[in-house]
Every structure is written in C-alpha cells, then in structure tokens.
Write a protein that binds this ligand. Structure first.
Ligand code: SF4
Length: 407
C-alpha cells in the first residue's frame, strides 16, 4: 500500500488572503552541490560564475559598494552606530537604511516564516554566499539540479501518490503540510518506509522546517528506532569532498534533533499559532476536510490537525543514533557510496549556534574557510565578494572552530 501526499495549489479567489510561502524544498540545495561537483570537474573557464548573464553580473557590480557597506555596518553590530555608518549606505533612503541596520536577517527575510534546514546547510556552506542570496536572489535552477529533483520525485513516487489540493488560506497551507507529515508517519508505522516526510520544530528558539528524504523503520524487530537517510545525487562518478559531506551530516543532524523532539511530544502548539499568526479554529477548505476524512484523520479545523500531528509523532520512537548519507550517480542511479555516522549533539549544537549568530545579526557574515576557498571559483558572487577581491582583509571565519567532523 502506498501513502498519498497532498500538494497545495492556491485557488484563484484568494488574492486578499495573506498566504505564506510553502515550506522550502530541500532538493535544490542538494543539487546545488551536484552543480558544484560538475563545476569542479570542468575547466576553470567554464565556472558557473563566468556564465552569469550580463544583466545579473552588472547588477552585482552596481551593488558592489552596497555590499561592502552592509559588511562594514554589520561589523559594528555590538557597538554604537554613528551617522557616518548610515551614510555608507549610499543611495538608500533613510528609513530603509535604519531598518537594515536594526533588523537581523531573520527579521528581514524570515519574518513569520520558519528557517528551513536548507537555510542552515546553505549558511554552513558559506555565510557570505547566503547573505548574497538573501540580498540579490540565487541563481536559477539548472539542468543538473533538475535531474536531481526529478530523481527525488521518482523516489517519492515509489512510495506515495501526490494529490493536488486547492488552498484558500494560510491555515489551509499549514493543514496540508501537517497532513502530509501525518500520512507519512502513518505509512512509516505500518510499512516501515516513507519518503519526503515534512518535519517541523523549534531549534534554539527558532522555528525550522525540513523534508526528510527517507526513513526506514524495522517493522518486526524489537529495536524500532527509525533510520534517517538523505540521498545526494551526483553528476560525477566520485564521492564528494569533505566539506560537502560535512554539510550533509549537519542536515541529517538537524532532522534527528527535530525528530526526537516531536517523538517526545515536544511541540509548542500555542507558540506555533502565535508565530505563524494562525487561527486554530479556522475551518479548513471543503477539499481538505474531505481528504483528511477519507484518510482516517477527520479534521475540520487546523487545531484538529495539530492534535493528530502531535499524536502521530508521539507514537514514534526516537530516531536511530546512526544517520545515513547515500550518494547516487545521476546518470544510472547506481550507488556511489554510503556514509553511516553517529549523531554528535555537541557538534550539532555548536554548528547551529554559529549559524544562528549569523541569522540573528549578532555578528558579520563570515567567508568560507581558507581551505575551502575553492568554492569561490564556482560561486555566482565571485565577482563582487571581498574574499576574492580583497582576500587580505577577509578574516578566517569562526566556523573553522566547529568544522571537526564526526567519525
Ligand atoms: S566568493 Fe567565496 S567567500 Fe564569497 S560568497 Fe562566494 S563562496 Fe563565499
């Protein structure tokens, strides 16, 4: 038996409704890594940064002074700010200038929204790049990414059937996400396997969302701790560099932390409604009411679904301490290798703290560590990044301290 995932689509008549964006999809980040793999194998002149469209490159050049100014100001986040700091922002209006100084990236770019696990791993990859992405937008999805996405969709299709559902409100959108999580958990409990499972929780006071590629749970054995798996598709027939592996480990450790909290019924419902400005009594759309009823989880309101969500997760044991990264060759889907590693709470804790310092504006964005500066050659912001233009002034990032990898 396969489960079904609802896929939210917004109906035409909801222009006046404040609808929040969907949970970001994890796949893009993974395939971005595949892009980097491909780029690493390509000659230097073919780097993605050299193929930037003229308009994008010139936009970056135009904003180069602005970028330096942001860095300059954020360096002073703990000290008194002067009028000359504000003047460094050049052409921006005064109100905007003050907002930029006062607000953290969380406030500016994730207000009333959760951080995604992809945000966390992208930040670990290079904080400066993450900052550039937020300010200027990231590159479009390319062919390598599309192949990876298609593979993930294929894997999901093996165990679930996607159903389109029209949504009319923010509550409907969240209902669909929770419903997908509930049906995924249900499938795991009965079949011992599910894929693309949405997960939600709070890490160090920050709401986070993610989608776990695959979960395996021994159905007949006594020890039933679910094994969390992440599949990376690779354009090259090689295993990834250490920095890529480290990034994948952080991703899985985020999932484990969130999983164990949900399984222990550590889900702050009231904070959930408050933070996302949701009405727990909001009546869901007819279509959602019908779908939940047909699936055996009859819900009329968002509050009903939150209760099912908590109960279902509470039926699960904590996840296995061993986490599994799987690498697959895009061309023929053969297995390139697997890496099992143990969850390391101290390492996870320090990595998340470093990440959140950046998002909360407690310090300036750091550049990728010196030993990983090869990443810059394939970064779309290479032409404006101080790490490339003025390497002598870019400090060794604090991230280096927590880059020890679990065995
Ligand atoms: S050029 Fe290098 S340091 Fe600068 S944003 Fe890109 S990856 Fe980071």
């Amino acid at each position: 038996m396969s489960g079904s995932h609802a896929d939210s689509t917004q109906s035409q008549d909801v222009n006046s409704v404040n609808v929040t964006p969907d949970i970001p999809i994890e796949i893009v980040s993974e395939e971005e890594m595949a892009l980097i793999d491909a780029a690493l194998a390509a000659p230097r002149c073919c780097s993605p940064s050299s193929s930037l469209s003229l308009s994008f490159a010139s936009q970056l050049q135009r904003n180069a002074r602005f970028i330096h100014s942001i860095s300059f100001l954020s360096k002073r986040s703990f000290s008194a700010r002067t009028e000359s700091d504000i003047e460094d922002l050049g052409h921006l209006g005064m109100t905007q200038k003050r907002n930029i100084i006062a607000k953290s990236l969380l406030d500016r770019f994730r207000k009333n929204r959760a951080l995604s696990v992809t945000d966390v791993t992208d930040t670990e990859w290079c904080e400066k790049k993450m900052e550039f992405n937020l300010l200027f937008g990231s590159k479009k999805v390319n062919k390598v990414m599309k192949v990876g996405r298609a593979r993930h969709a294929e894997l999901e299709k093996e165990v679930t059937e996607k159903v389109k559902v029209r949504v009319r409100s923010t509550e409907d959108i969240w209902a669909v996400k929770l419903f997908n999580s509930i049906t995924g958990v249900n499938q795991l409990l009965f079949e011992g396997l599910t894929r693309e499972l949405p997960i939600l929780g709070v890490i160090k006071g920050v709401w986070m969302v993610g989608v776990i590629d695959e979960i395996q749970m021994p159905v007949k054995e006594t020890a039933r701790n679910p094994i969390l798996v992440d599949t990376k598709t690779r354009a090259q027939y090689t295993l990834p560099a250490e920095s890529q592996k480290r990034n994948g480990r952080l991703q899985l450790m985020c999932y484990k932390y969130m999983w164990d909290n949900l399984a222990a019924d550590n889900f702050p419902s009231m904070q959930f409604y408050d933070f996302f400005s949701l009405n727990s009594d909001c009546i869901l759309s007819e279509e959602i009411i019908e779908k939940t009823s047909n699936a055996g989880f009859p819900a009329k309101t968002l509050g009903d679904l939150v209760k099912y969500f908590r109960n279902m997760w509470n039926m699960l044991p904590a996840s296995h301490n061993q986490l599994l990264l799987r690498y697959e060759f895009q061309k023929d889907q053969s297995l390139l290798g697997e890496e099992k590693f143990a969850y390391d709470y101290d390492l996870f804790n320090s990595q998340i703290e470093v990440c959140l310092e950046f998002w909360k504006g407690e310090r300036e964005a750091s550049f990728t560590p010196l030993e990983d500066r090869w990443k810059c050659r394939y970064c779309q912001f290479e032409s404006v990044c101080p790490a490339v233009l003025k390497p002598e002034i870019t400090p060794i990032p604090s991230q280096t301290d927590c880059n020890n990898t679990p065995s």
